[in-house]
Design a protein around this ligand. Sequence first.
Ligand SMILES: [Zn+2]
Length: 97
Amino acid sequence: MACSTCADFSSPRQIRLPADLTAVILSLQAAVAQNRLTVLPAYSATITAPAFSTLAAEGPWHEIIQNTFRCSGCGQKYILSADTYHGGGSLDATDGV
Ligand SMILES: [Zn+2]
C-alpha cells in the first residue's frame, strides 16, 4: 500500500554495513524534514531504543535501533530496526505497531 509520497521506502532495504545504516537514516531524515513521513512513538515499551531525532547519521549508534514511521500520504507504516553491531537490520513496511 505504498503511494507516491512513500515510494522511496516501498521496497525493503537491508542494512548490512554501517554505510547502509547511514544511508537509510539520511533518507529517513530527509523524508521527515519534508513531512513525507511522521515519526511514531516507540514501537515497543520493552525495547529501549533511542528516539529517531537523536540518531546521528554517521553514528556512533545505540546497540538497538528501532523506530517507526507513518507515511503522511497513505498511512503506511514503516519500521527501521537494527541490531547495530551484530548483523544489521532493515527498513521495511509493516502492518503492525
Ligand atoms: Zn504512502
